[in-house]
Design a protein around this ligand. Structure first.
Ligand code: MN
Length: 512
């Protein structure tokens, strides 16, 4: 992916473990995100998807918290291939709940930092170590694989932290987890801490990093570069406060930037993210790396031009790698090339004049701050294709007055064969009033009847483009269709009617 120099730099500066395990905690830390509460059924559905994705371990919950949690954990264990993990404090009651859920793997923790010792646990250092040992031993005595976390490890005195880890290793701990509980690590500090722990312990090192400063993924990658054997992650990076390292960011960065395959099927990541976003109600912002709506979206003329020639010009990876899709967005910054390619994609052929008119309308809508969807573009282009070839009748001006006190009144100014005429009419609504005024103004030229009027908002929202379709007939029995798109309903209606009137007039004149 990089030039040769970068490859060399990476190899010389990394001390990778032979295997890197993904420990997903979406169902435990992710569920602890403010406002998130998952039912047993929802947890099972997410667990099945995570299992298919290929995570190695799946922390299913905190069994001691409720009977429902015990049930969810044991049911998940029965249906997934991944190792199912239950969280427990280093107390008998919590560990018994993990056993009650019939799990084989426990993630147990106790706070080790001065803040946790003095204000939360009210225990001195010795008592912390004794309690940690007792918890690990109790788990091991009952046949559990034990992962031990020194909660708030990154704000714990280094010497004491190492003493705690030594004690639990002696008690039989199988994994040493390093939680950056409030996300204060930086990459440089992470490098030193993990290197020191790797030098000190043969027991595999795991990391659990929070994202309070937006560094969770960077710090996790730094830990892996320096030999960490396992990373705790969550889908969409959800978790306590601003969350944890994100599964999709970590897995894709390892695969695409580092060239390390950790066995995650990245093509399922976009769907996974959407699913978890919907179930938890925590939707991802459009600019979220990997899975955000804009991750592979392009609008500006220069970028779209590059993308159309070779997508790698402005994309680091292909959207297919993560199950996402590329999107060319039409808007204010759209260039002619992008618009032409979009129209080609929809098999819409425009001559130069029609194309220019469509392009001008797109720019004008973009300048008003509107998002132009593909459906909007299609409607605008088709309107242009079907427009009357000549327009003997043109709209010059329009004034509207509507309200509860007065009848809706429209003042319409038309140019008919070069002559400007103006009149006002009332109606049941502004559209009706304007149509009455038009009928009045053209009465010398032709007699028309509106046979059909169809208004549709192309896409949702109150500022959606309106598309109006009309059929108009004259006294000779001729009929013609009219079509218009506009962000204003009245303008769309009047334009559509005038379009059909002009077509009728052209028919009449051709027959004369
Ligand atoms: Mn956490």
């Amino acid at each position: 992916m990089y030039g040769q120099d970068m490859e060399t730099i990476k190899k010389e500066n990394m001390n990778l473990a032979d295997d890197i395990y993904i420990f997903d905690t979406t169902l435990r830390d992710g569920e602890q995100a403010p406002g998130v509460a998952l039912t047993v059924d929802e947890k099972i559905q997410i667990a099945q998807k995570l299992d298919k994705l290929g995570v190695d371990k799946l922390e299913a919950g905190f069994p001691a918290s409720s009977k429902g949690e015990v049930m969810a954990c044991s049911q998940i264990k029965d249906i997934v291939d991944a190792t199912t993990v239950g969280l427990a404090r280093t107390v008998k009651k919590d560990i018994d709940a993990v056993l009650e859920a019939d799990l084989d793997y426990m993630h147990t923790f106790i706070g080790t930092s001065p803040l946790h010792r003095d204000y939360k646990l009210k225990m001195d250092k010795e008592t912390i170590i004794e309690t940690a040992i007792a918890g690990v031993e109790y788990g091991k005595d009952h046949g559990l694989t034990v992962e031990f976390s020194a909660e708030d490890a990154t704000r714990t005195e280094k010497e004491f932290l190492i003493n705690v880890y030594k004690a639990v290793v002696d008690a039989g701990a199988d994994f040493l987890n390093v939680p950056d509980t409030v996300g204060v690590l930086t990459p440089v500090v992470t490098r030193e801490l993990i290197s020191d722990l790797k030098a000190e312990f043969k027991t595999p090192i795991s990391v659990h990093f929070h994202n309070d400063f937006g560094l969770a993924t960077s710090n996790t990658l730094t830990a892996i570069e320096n030999g960490a054997n396992q990373a705790h992650v969550t889908v969409n990076g959800i978790g306590e406060r601003t969350g944890n390292a994100s599964l999709e960011e970590l897995a894709v960065t390892l695969k695409a930037v580092y060239g390390i395959d950790i066995g995650i099927d990245t093509t399922q990541l976009y769907n996974m993210s959407e699913f978890v976003g919907r179930i938890t109600g925590i939707k991802m912002p459009v600019n979220k790396p990997i899975v955000g709506d804009n991750a592979f979206a392009h609008e500006s003329g220069i970028h779209v031009h590059g993308i159309l020639n070779n997508a790698l010009t402005y994309e680091p990876i292909s959207p297919e790698l993560v199950g996402h899709s590329r999107r060319i967005v039409i808007g204010k910054h759209t260039g002619a090339n992008a618009l032409k390619s979009k129209l080609e994609q929809y098999h819409i052929d425009l001559d130069d004049q029609q194309f220019q008119k469509v392009f001008d309308q797109i720019k004008a809508l973009g300048d008003k701050g509107k998002t132009i969807t593909d459906s909007d573009l299609k409607a605008i282009a088709i309107t242009e294709i079907s427009a009357a070839k000549e327009t003997p009748i043109k709209l010059i001006g329009l004034g509207l007055l509507s309200g509860a006190v007065v009848s809706p009144t429209a003042t319409v100014k038309l140019e008919i064969d070069g002559v400007v005429k103006e009149t006002s009419s009332t109606g049941v609504g502004p559209v009706d009033a304007a149509l009455n005024a038009i009928k009045d103004l053209i009465s010398d030229t032709m007699d028309i009847e509106l046979e059909e009027y169809n208004l549709e908002a192309i896409t949702g929202g109150t500022d959606a483009l309106a598309e109006v379709f009309t059929i108009t007939s004259d006294s000779h029995g001729n009929k013609s269709t009219g079509r218009a798109t506009n962000d204003d309903i009245v303008m769309a209606s009047i334009s559509a009617v005038l379009d059909s009137i002009n077509k009728l007039l052209l028919i009449q004149r051709a027959n004369e």
